[in-house]
Design a protein around this ligand. Structure first.
Ligand code: SAM
Length: 275
């Protein structure tokens, strides 16, 4: 398709730079610039924002974020083959795109955050997406250094992120996300929109910080959710036995005959605070 930003079509960029997709790097590229704009628009106004992007690849989403007016984009990409293609985008938008070659899991995003609101937008590599989200949910300080996260996941992971009690997908990830953020699934993207197409549907999840989460220790919350969801079909008096069982539940004011998936985030926090 003809690109509105005056840069060459992504198919041509990929061909010219020999960017054949590598499965080990989770490379499923989005080449439709209308779609990448739709993802970027989900993050809201970008004019005065610094945007962190993980895995820009050939730069389809990067271009959309820049075209929508982001003041600065800092993109972390592990695959050095993509750097020349990204350098062309940086030349087109002088001073607005910085590319860091490296592993996003080892990147200290907080240390890179400049003044102004920080938004994180990424079509994440599926093998590291959940870990990156958890890292962003557990920074040293809260509210965090970011104002919003707009992230693409496999749909099944998106469902776990936004799930609340009594939902089949509710588990440790849903409790953590529900505790610290407001989240929703914005829209799905079918496999055929990607090159090459993945096996499953993807979804874009948008998260903003809950400014006042219930005070609670992360370590304790993880202990209770791990024990509770480790045996999710059992009654809590049984699944929580190793960390206090019935007496812990009574202390927290929770019926020991209930099961993990029926507890709200607030009740999990009460359990964590009773440990
Ligand atoms: N943003 C591009 C798009 O939307 O078409 C590419 C998305 S592709 C799903 C994931 C990208 O993440 C690839 O470019 C891959 O090389 C990169 N990547 C994989 N693992 C990474 C890591 N640990 N740190 C940084 N980038 C990584």
């Amino acid at each position: 398709m003809a690109a509105l930003d005056g840069l060459p079509p992504l198919r041509e960029v990929i061909q010219r730079h020999g960017l054949d997709a590598r499965k080990a790097l989770g490379q499923n590229f989005l080449l439709d610039l209308n779609l990448t704009q739709k993802v970027a628009r989900t993050a809201g106004a970008l004019d005065d924002a610094t945007v962190f992007e993980v895995g820009p690849g050939p730069g389809g989403l990067t271009r959309a974020i820049l075209a929508l007016g982001a003041k600065k984009v800092i993109a972390v990409e592990r695959d050095a083959r993509c750097l020349p293609a990204l350098a062309e985008i940086a030349d087109h938008y002088p001073g607005r795109l910085e590319v860091i070659e490296g592993d996003a899991l080892k990147t200290d995003f907080e240390a890179l955050a400049l003044e102004g609101p920080v938004k994180i937008i990424a079509n994440l590599p599926y093998n590291v997406g959940t870990q990156l989200l958890v890292n962003w949910l557990l920074p040293k300080a809260w509210p965090p250094f970011w104002q919003s996260l707009t992230l693409m996941f496999q749909k099944e992971v998106g469902e776990r992120i936004v799930a609340s009690e009594d939902d089949d997908h509710y588990g440790r990830l849903g409790v953590l996300t529900g505790w610290r953020t407001h989240s929703h699934m914005a829209f799905d993207i079918p496999p055929q929109a990607f090159t090459p197409p993945p096996k499953v549907t993807s979804t874009v999840v948008h998260l903003t910080p809950n400014e006042n989460p219930i005070p609670c220790s992360v370590a304790n919350l993880e202990k209770v959710t791990q024990a509770a969801f480790g045996q999710r079909r059992k009654m809590l008096r049984q699944s929580l036995k190793p960390i206090g069982g019935e007496s812990l539940l009574v202390k927290a004011g929770i019926d020991p005959a209930r099961r993990a998936e029926t507890l709200s985030v607030e009740e999990f926090c009460r359990l964590a605070n009773s440990l």
